[in-house]
Design a protein around this ligand. Sequence first.
Ligand code: ADP
Length: 451
Amino acid sequence: MKHIINMVLAFIALLVLVAVQVFVINEMFQLKKGEFDKTYEEEVFYALEQFNYEKSQSPFSSILLSLNNYADTTLLKYPVFEFEDSLVKLEVANEVKSVMAENDSISVFLASYLGNKKLETDFQSGFQIRKFSLIHFNDRYNIMDGNVGGFLVNSSSIFIQTITAEYNFYHIEFDFYIDFTHKKKVIIREMRVALLLVFGTISIVLIVYLLTLRNLLRQKKLSELKSDFINNMTHELKTPLSTISVASSGLSITKGGGNKKLEDLAGVIKKQIKLLNKMIDQILDISMLERAGFVISKNTFELVAFFEEVIGSYKLKNKDKELNIYFVHQIKGSHFVMLDKFQLNRVLLNLLSNSVKYCNEVPEIKINIEKDDNQLVIRFKDNGIGIPQKEQKHVFNKFYRLETAREVGVKGLGLGLYFVKKIVEAHNGYIEVESTPGKGSTFVITIPLEG
Ligand code: ADP
């Protein structure tokens, strides 16, 4: 589950990374587009100046003169009142556009100018007419007003300048535009290193993500296989163990025979079988836990009586060992709690047996409980060998054992505290450890109480 959450988070991070990269690329594109427009705007200006210089005339003069001739003939062609007619206006407007296009001497000049400078020459230039009126003596006949056509302006068009002119027979205002056909291609070509880096990074991250996902799925499969195997193996081990157990009991029945050595050996076998059975049960529990998750079943019981019962029976079972267990609390009267009694019993037994196992002196264990309406706090203090600071956060991990545990020759699988933590967490609680090597450890369990 944790891995799935991690993978989902990694996937979201990947999406965010892609979104950020797209944003950055878009910003860079806009920046480059601005640079492109500025460069070509300047170049066109220089070209217009060059035109002026070489031909000793304004770049637009041939257009403006032709328009004057056209306006002159048009004024003769129609009676003036017809210039109010929208159809006539439309016809004149179209003719004005054609006259301008036909007499455009700038485009050719611009192409050769840009070509000489090894710049882009694949472009379209044109005029967007804002206003055009015919002048007849003192009268003006408005033919076009506002942005009424000519060059088709779009987001990639570069505005160069506005020209306003008035001749004998007309007045005109128009904008001069230029539009490069391969503008996008040129900009993208300039951005190719950045694009390659971005796509490279995204691809690498994506590949790493997919490889991790594949490994995770493989690992999951392997761990399922492993837990199946452990499960089967431990089950299979149980049968010969119970046979050995029965056989060793048979041996000890012959006690009356007075064979002391046999009796002792039977006792050793029994003890070891008990230990083996305990380990096998732990392994079976863990594989069940990993399959189905930790399910607790709560019941109501009296708190102090429960602790006294668990401690009492532990003392009884270990009556041949020298150990002191103190149960301390300030709780008065009966206090009922709703927890999983069976699992809580397991927690206490695990902690008790650890305190005894990992102790080089006569074990002194102090169990203290505090309860209020909201929570139950269990403090479990021993005088054992202690746990070094840097190991404390690991002791609740599955299969984790300290080097000192092996040194003192204590057998174990490193599963006890893992179970304790799982049980406490299944009750929505948490467990912490405070410890000083050589002095002892205190395990503190906090469990919220319902109602
Ligand atoms: P196991 O006892 O089977 O090794 P546990 O999960 O119960 O597994 O404990 C993990 C490790 O934590 C032990 O191997 C031991 O090194 C350390 N440990 C646990 N309880 C104590 C304790 N009360 N005092 C000192 N060390 C402890």
